[in-house]
Design a protein around this ligand. Structure first.
Ligand code: SF4
Ligand code: SF4
Length: 217
């Protein structure tokens, strides 16, 4: 199963609708950032994941639910939940970072909005104009230090900045609360495991393959 098939497991439920809405938003963000980077010859060094070594994302309940669903239903890898449970809060490395994996992120298809935008999307300057600043860890000489992407506006599509996508995310967010990724994903995993058990116990829901042993409820 891939992440786009997640909705069928809880088809017709609010949580499945939220996953779908998030994936639609993420898809548009990814299209935008790829086009933006191509337009302005921006790229990260091959294999770089330094941002994830200095960043503990704070994410919404809904984003955490998608990450938890990806871990439990797509990857079916409870070791990631164990990793979140034993996370040392004094660490500055994201608990879902894996130095040895190709993308470094163990939940790459489900990663949160901020993880998609960092280093790849303009923000706003003091005059509220779009500006892209090269990530301080980016060692590529062929990536510009900054871009004022006004021409992008004229030729192809309106320039979006991080806050625009942030507003779109907020529209999907019920409680507006951000929590560190280890806390929020563990809570979401507990909720999801409860729901999955309900569907299974009542034999009225989807066929959930090899539901992992709950570790986070
Ligand atoms: S969730 Fe993934 S992309 Fe985001 S900071 Fe952690 S390892 Fe990096
Ligand atoms: S955003 Fe910066 S730290 Fe992250 S992968 Fe790109 S260059 Fe590396």
């Amino acid at each position: 199963m891939n992440i786009n098939e997640l909705g069928k497991y809880l088809h017709g439920t609010h949580i499945a609708e939220i996953w779908q809405s998030l994936l639609t938003l993420y898809d548009s963000v990814d299209h935008y950032t790829v086009a933006f980077q191509q337009r302005h010859a921006i790229s990260c060094p091959v294999g770089c994941g330094t941002c994830c070594e200095h960043f503990i994302p704070e994410i919404t309940t809904e984003e955490a639910s998608l990450v938890a669903a990806y871990i439990l239903l797509v990857k079916q890898d409870c070791s990631l939940l164990n990793r979140l449970e034993s996370f040392d809060e004094s660490s500055s490395v994201c608990p879902l970072y894996d130095k040895d994996s190709p993308f470094h992120c163990t939940v790459y298809p489900a990663r949160a909005l901020i993880c998609r935008l960092f280093g790849a999307c303009p923000s706003s300057d003091k005059q509220n104009r779009p500006i892209f600043r090269k990530c301080k860890y980016n060692t590529r000489n062929d990536t510009p230090e900054f871009v004022l992407p006004q021409e992008f506006l004229i030729e192809e599509q309106p320039v979006s900045v991080m806050s625009v996508f942030g507003t779109q995310l907020k529209a999907l967010t019920a409680d507006q609360i951000l929590k560190p990724i280890h806390t929020s994903v563990l809570e979401a995993a507990g909720t999801l495991q409860f729901i999955m058990r309900y569907f299974t116990d009542n034999d009225s829901g989807p066929d959930i393959p090899n539901s992992p042993t709950p570790v986070a409820s």
